[in-house]
Write a protein that binds this ligand. Structure first.
Ligand SMILES: *Cc1c(COP(=O)(O)O)cnc(C)c1O
Length: 383
């Protein structure tokens, strides 16, 4: 037998990425979007845990014209994988990163004049005129120049010979809730800046404001491009935003039964003996725990086995969790369980997981750790 670490047997717990669903979601988003509006696929944080390279390739095949990432590292990994599409780096860049941005043809968001001047100098060194986008803080108070101080930055960039002011953007702090008052205020602040720019003949070819919530619910803010993240992964940003028929979650979490145990009345399950049986029980052990990103709950939550709900008993361990399969006698060693996703007619959603975690779906998707390997099913990027 030849032992090669690249062909290790697969661990019986994994993240499943359905590329056909990802593709379909992107098709639905693209089809819902007016033709002239460009689609920027947000693939930061390893495409919300889905694998940035595959997600980026599928998104580009389905009509995205820009990719959005957060860190230089994320952007360079995409380039190293051979991706040539436009990449917008969200956030703020350290000075030391700027030469890399120019060398790797990455588009920087500028938040201040200082970085603009530095970038212009770097671009001059490369003798390359680089496109940039200005991030305007219209009320989110994260990155960006304040809307009421933004015009001088636009003007300064306009005067830098090695910078091309390609776009202006802002980010909504409330786009997927029923009340859109604050989003409207942000939009009007953004428009104030652009009106001023127009008045002074500072050209801003692209405007973009929308995340998934804005894409769904604020068509008046679509402008030249929308930046869609969570929706392409099949999760709606909120309970109340518009539904796009046919969107399906791309990620599932699965594990196989790695042990079966008998439990007699009065016996316990797990650390701290947090579950005590009152009747005989049959227990299945799934080899996935908080070390894989599973929320550290006790006697809460379910796994799906044979299309039925098996309640979690006791506390979650680092590498394992225990479920009650007393009512699922057909459950046997190495049967496939679903911790997040669908099986038969049952489903555990990212939102269900978010409730267990006392958090949001975004955190659930990105919270799985890569000790759980990703397995792509239903097609490949490049098809
Ligand atoms: C993450 C991010 C998005 C995508 O948000 P979703 O709600 O996942 O669609 C869009 N724009 C910016 C600036 C972001 O940081």
């Amino acid at each position: 037998m030849h032992f090669d670490s690249s062909v290790l047997p697969q661990r019986p717990a994994w993240i499943e990425i359905d590329l056909a669903r990802l593709r379909r979601n992107l098709q639905l988003i693209r089809a819902d979007l007016p033709k002239p509006v460009q689609l920027l696929a947000v693939v930061k944080d390893d495409a919300y845990g889905h694998g940035a390279i595959d997600a980026a390739q599928v998104a580009l095949e389905e009509g995205a014209t820009f990719l959005g990432v957060s860190t230089l590292d994320e952007a360079v990994s995409l380039r190293d994988a051979g991706i040539k599409a436009r990449i917008l780096l969200l956030g703020e860049r350290q000075e030391s990163e700027l030469p890399w941005c120019v060398a790797y043809d990455l588009t920087v968001c500028l938040n201040n004049v200082h970085t603009a001047v530095k970038l212009s100098r770097v671009a001059a060194g490369f003798e390359r005129r680089v496109p940039v986008h200005v991030k305007i803080n219209s009320g989110m108070t994260r990155y960006g120049v304040r809307w009421d101080e933004a015009f001088p930055l636009l003007e300064a960039i306009g005067n830098e010979p090695w910078l091309q002011l390609e776009g202006a953007m802002t980010h909504f702090s409330q786009s997927d809730e029923e009340v859109k008052d604050f989003a409207m205020l942000q939009m009007s602040r953004f428009d104030e800046v652009l009106t001023l720019a127009k008045h002074h003949r500072v050209a801003v070819p692209m405007q973009h404001l929308c995340n998934s919530g804005g894409f769904l619910d604020l068509p008046q803010a679509h402008r030249d491009m929308v930046r869609v993240g969570i929706l392409m992964y099949g999760i709606f940003p909120s309970q109340v935003c518009r539904r796009l028929e046919g969107i399906q979650p791309v990620m599932a979490i699965k594990a196989r039964i790695a042990a079966l145990q008998r439990l007699l009345p009065g016996e316990h399950v797990g650390y701290g003996m947090r579950y005590t049986a009152t009747a005989p029980r049959r227990i299945a052990v799934l080899p996935i725990g908080y070390g894989d990103g599973f929320p550290r709950v006790r006697n809460q939550g379910y796994a799906l086995l044979h299309g039925k709900r098996a309640p979690i008993l006791g506390g979650i361990a680092m590498d394992a969790l225990m479920v009650d399969v007393t009512d699922i006698p057909e459950a046997q060693m190495w049967d496939e369980a679903v911790l997040m996703g669908e099986q038969g007619n049952e489903v555990i959603t990212a939102r269900d997981m978010a409730q267990l975690k006392n958090s949001v779906t975004y955190d659930v998707l990105t919270g799985w750790r890569l000790r759980l390997r990703r397995k792509c099913v239903n097609g490949k990027a490049g098809q």
